[in-house]
Design a protein around this ligand. Structure first.
Ligand SMILES: [Zn+2]
Length: 420
């Protein structure tokens, strides 16, 4: 396997799809969706391209496109710092808007993943899932035959009815997908462990969706514009080919985590998993806030909508940094590091650097002032009550936005019983 760094990986990705497959490289879209109010941030690479994928519009750059799209997803924000969870990440995406040929497409994907010139993943380590049928449709026999033609053995091919994507909204495209996994070589978690198991033995490398259908008037119809959406998470692939224990150990994220660690004033202990997790949270959240603030569509922290999500991310970063003994005087160095790491592929970060730094300082000061005021209010509430339960602590968190461990600290200081 080729141990490409993230930037090399992006170059190889573009080189393959542009030169070998005739795709046109386009830039990623803003993190702020231009036409869809139902989501606050762009959640996937195909999202900004939906009008072209459904066939309503012709893309000016043609029928075959490729890009890296920045996305923000905060659904698993509490798990950031563990394994592979991030609030901001980059996605590799490649699309064929019409006239796709399944054999040509899957052969290309297989070459990108396994050829020594490109990712060089050993062929025998590849396992594949495909749509196994449901109440409405039979299994995706065509995809099964194609993979066999490419040379995948039957015991590396697994049907599942889970391999179906969409529809994402009313009258929207949908269809079967085929997912390509890498066998890490770890021991099976049980006798039943196979490519569908989530124990971590099999890691997803690539996902190809065949949008062959449209869900209209509650019925599934064959689409007049069958198209392909495919891709993978940049960090996820980087972690796999760099053979790192987590995505936080891939080259760029590791640099940010190191920048955070270098500012820490609490005693460093490599074995302290709590400290390690806090460093990763600060690294992820500051990277996310830099990209949101530095986006072509400006978002500022506020009390509603997108601004509220940004504020939540920034304040979680401040709270975790506080616990590492990192105050605002160290932020500029970490933020400058993040901008330096990404400015080549994301020049908007350098352009908006002053704004990014200013907003972090303003939010820090505002948070500290609000926190002080709210802590005093909480102190009074707790002082005046006989005891406080976990549920009441959660209520205080919802009302005042003060971190739960700080509220618990006040309860303990006031010798109020915390009932489990
Ligand atoms: Zn397993």
């Amino acid at each position: 396997m080729n141990h490409f760094k993230v930037d090399e990986l992006k170059n190889v990705f573009f080189q393959f799809f542009v030169q070998n497959c005739g795709h046109t490289q386009i830039s990623g879209s803003s993190l702020v969706p231009k036409t869809d109010d139902s989501v606050l941030f762009t959640p996937a690479g195909m999202h900004p391209l939906l009008p072209y994928l459904v066939g309503d519009l012709k893309h000016p750059s043609g029928n075959r496109l490729v890009n890296v799209q920045n996305v923000v997803r905060t659904g698993a924000i509490n798990q950031v710092g563990e394994g592979s969870f991030l609030t901001f990440f980059e996605l590799f995406g490649a699309w064929i808007m019409e006239d796709y040929d399944k054999v040509e497409n899957l052969s290309n994907v297989f070459q990108f993943l396994t050829d020594d010139q490109f990712l060089g993943v050993p062929k025998e380590k590849i396992y594949i899932t495909y749509f196994g049928g449901n109440d409405l449709l039979p299994d995706d026999y065509d995809t099964l035959l194609t993979w066999k033609k490419i040379g995948i053995e039957s015991d590396h091919l697994c049907p599942t009815k889970k391999n179906w994507k969409g529809p994402y909204s009313k009258d929207c495209i949908c269809g079967p997908n085929t997912r390509i996994f890498y066998d890490t070589g770890r021991a099976k978690c049980s006798d039943d462990c196979n490519v569908l198991c989530s124990c971590g033995k099999y890691v997803e490398l690539w996902d190809v969706v065949f949008f062959d259908y449209i869900f209209k008037n509650q019925t599934l119809e064959k689409s007049a514009h069958p198209c392909i959406d495919m891709g993978a998470g940049v960090e996820r692939i980087a972690s796999l080919i760099q053979n790192t224990p987590t995505i936080y150990d891939t080259d760029k994220l590791h640099e940010i985590v190191k920048a955070v660690e270098s500012q820490m004033t609490v005693p460093e202990d490599e074995n302290d998993l709590e400290i390690q997790k806090k460093c990763r949270i600060v690294a992820d959240h500051l990277r996310c806030s830099c990209f949101v603030l530095g986006d072509e569509v400006a978002t500022q922290p506020s009390s509603k909508g997108r601004g509220y999500v940004l504020r939540k991310i920034m304040r979680r970063a401040i709270h975790n940094a506080d616990q590492l003994g990192i105050d605002i005087s160290s932020y500029d160095g970490i933020i400058s590091k993040i901008i330096d790491l990404y400015k080549e592929s994301n020049p908007q970060l350098e352009e908006h650097k002053d704004f990014i730094l200013e907003q972090h300082h303003l939010e820090y000061d505002l948070y500290k002032t609000t926190l002080k005021k709210n802590l005093m209010k909480i102190e009074k509430i707790i002082h005046d009550s006989d005891s406080i339960s976990n549920r009441e602590i959660l209520n205080l968190f919802d009302r005042f936005g003060v971190p739960i461990d700080m509220i618990k600290g006040v309860a303990i200081k006031n010798k109020k019983l915390i009932m489990e």
